[in-house]
Ligand binder design. Structure first.
Ligand code: ZN
Length: 186
């Protein structure tokens, strides 16, 4: 089966607030497995359901896999929420839904996250640095927030301009642009 397509800015569906998952059934498990496939294919270290057009609170991530030779260590989290935050960290982020752009974003250095695994068991974790950044970035997606909503207005408007120009060129070329492979794509 073909991979699911990742929605890209300025697709309005990326701005919506997603609904909690009511029941973890086969459709949810299938979606999670599709999302992992897309994430590893891109490659990215995280993906949220709204990025593949599903308005539900489901994220996948793998922050170990970026290391050379590391084994995949995927995490699927249903209805994730951040319970505690501590400190600040600035990280250069990218996003599979925001092509050809990276910017430094300030977030919490440490977070405690809670959610459910695919068997419906309660799951919680204390994460720091990249993993904390990844959780915050993905949970933002569930609230319709992109990392470019967390940078300066000037930087954001420069990107929006560049993106509009690229889309216009893309229309003229009739060729699909691939997201940038550089850096951390979440
Ligand atoms: Zn993202």
């Amino acid at each position: 089966m073909a991979l699911r397509e990742v929605l890209q800015f300025p697709d309005p569906r990326l701005k919506r607030v997603s609904e909690p998952v009511e029941k973890i059934d086969d459709a949810i498990r299938e979606l999670a497995s599709d999302m992992l496939e897309v994430m590893y294919d891109e490659p990215g270290i995280g993906l949220a359901a709204p990025q593949v057009g599903e308005q539900i609170r489901l994220i996948v991530l793998d922050t170990d896999w970026t290391e050379e030779g590391a084994e995949p260590n995927p995490l699927v989290l249903v209805n994730p929420e951040i319970l505690e935050r501590d400190g600040t960290i600035a990280w250069t982020e990218g996003c599979l839904s925001v092509p050809d752009f990276q910017a430094e974003v300030e977030r919490s250095h440490r977070v405690r996250v809670r959610g459910l695994d695919l068997d419906g068991n309660e799951w919680s974790e204390e994460a720091e640095e990249l993993r904390a950044v990844c959780f915050q970035h993905e949970i933002d997606h569930l609230d319709g927030v992109l990392f470019i909503d967390r940078i300066s207005r000037l930087k954001r408007s420069m990107y929006v301009k560049k993106r509009k120009k690229a889309l216009k060129l893309e229309g003229e070329d009739d060729e699909k642009q691939r997201p940038s492979k550089l850096g951390t794509s979440l």
